[in-house]
Design a binder for this molecule. Structure first.
Ligand SMILES: [Zn+2]
Ligand SMILES: [Zn+2]
Length: 281
C-alpha cells in the first residue's frame, strides 16, 4: 500500500511537491483551488506541464484531485445543479491538465426530492461530464460518505446504483473512506466486519472498481452518521483494524490517502504509524 496525505495547494501547485516530500508521501491528494469558493483561476498550461513533470520526478503516484465541497450533483435545485455540473466538468478538465489519475467526489444530497431522483441526477451529471470532456485520462471515483438524512453515499448499494446509471463505466470507480464507512454503520473495526464489507463491495460494485482508500480513523462511533476524522489507530476504529486494512490481500495494492486532522506533529505521527503497520505484515 502506498501512503499519502491530502496536501494544501496554498502558494501554488509547486508547493504541493515540497510539502508531500516533507511528509514522506508516496501519493498525494489536492484540491485544485479553494474548497469553499466556486471561483477558479484558469490553470496556466505551462505551469500545469511543469507541475506534471515535478510530480513524476518526485514519484508521487497516483495524484488525486478531490472535488471541492460546494457542488451537489444530486440537488433538486436546478440552478445549483447546473452550477455543480459546470464546476464538475471544469474540475475534470483541471485534473486532466495537472496529470491526475483520479478525481474523487461525494455524491451529494437529494434534499426535498427522492432517493431515486437524486441517484438519477448524479448519474446524468456524470454522463454529461464524461461525454463533454475533451481528452480524458482521469478516472472518476465516487466516495462513500457517512450518510444520514438525504445525503447519498452512506451505502455501497447507492454507489452501485449511481454507477449503473453511467453509460461509460470504464471511467468510473469508487473510493472507500474508512471513517465514513464506519460512521455509516459498516463495522470495519472487527475482522469479520471488514470481510463482510469487502464482500458487499465485491458483490454490488466489484472490487476491481475500488481504486482508492481514504485512511481515516473516526472520532465518532459506529453508525453515528457524524463525519469526524481522527488520527490513525487513536479513534473508534482502532489500531488492530488499521493493521488488518493496510495488509489485507484485497486492499494492499491500493493507494491510501490520510485526511486526518492536521495538528502539530500529527501528520508525521500518522505517517509513521501506517508505515509501521505495513512493515508488520
Ligand atoms: Zn472526501
Ligand atoms: Zn474521504
Amino acid at each position: 500500500m502506498k501512503f499519502g496525505f491530502h496536501v494544501s495547494i496554498a502558494g501554488g501547485f509547486e508547493n504541493v511537491i515540497q510539502r508531500a516530500r516533507h511528509l514522506d508521501c508516496e501519493t498525494v491528494q489536492i484540491f485544485t483551488g479553494s474548497n469553499k469558493q466556486w471561483k477558479r483561476t484558469p490553470l496556466d498550461p505551462d505551469r500545469a506541464a511543469s507541475f506534471r513533470k515535478l510530480r513524476m520526478k518526485a514519484s508521487l503516484d497516483p495524484l488525486i484531485v478531490h472535488l471541492f465541497y460546494l457542488p451537489n450533483l444530486a440537488t433538486p435545485d436546478e440552478e445549483l445543479l447546473e452550477r455543480s455540473r459546470q464546476a464538475f466538468s471544469e474540475e475534470l478538465e483541471r485534473s486532466s491538465m495537472l496529470g491526475a489519475e483520479f478525481l474523487v467526489f461525494h455524491p451529494g444530497a437529494f434534499k426535498d426530492s427522492s432517493l431515486d431522483q437524486g441517484i438519477r441526477r448524479v448519474a446524468d451529471s456524470l454522463n454529461q461530464a464524461i461525454s463533454s470532456a475533451k481528452a480524458n485520462n482521469v478516472r472518476i471515483l465516487i466516495e462513500n460518505t457517512s450518510g444520514g438524512g438525504t445525503r447519498l453515499g452512506g451505502s455501497f448499494s447507492q454507489l452501485a446504483r449511481i454507477i449503473d446509471g453511467v453509460e461509460k463505466k470504464d471511467y468510473m470507480g469508487i473510493c472507500l473512506d474508512t471513517a465514513h464507512a464506519f460512521q455509516a454503520g459498516y463495522p470495519l473495526h472487527t475482522a469479520k466486519g471488514l470481510e463482510d464489507t469487502l464482500e458487499e463491495i465485491d458483490q454490488l460494485i466489484g472490487l476491481d472498481k475500488l481504486l482508492l482508500l481514504h485512511l481515516n480513523d473516526s472520532k465518532t462511533p459506529l453508525g453515528s452518521h457524524n463525519d469526524r476524522h481522527w488520527h490513525i489507530g487513536e479513534g473508534e476504529i482502532g489500531i488492530d483494524a488499521f493493521r488488518r486494512i493496510i495488509n489485507h490481500p484485497k486492499l494492499k495494492h491500493l493507494p491510501a490517502i490520510m485526511e486526518t486532522p492536521s495538528m502539530p506533529d500529527a501528520d508525521n505521527r500518522n505517517m509513521t504509524t501506517v508505515k509501521r503497520l505495513r512493515e508488520e505484515d
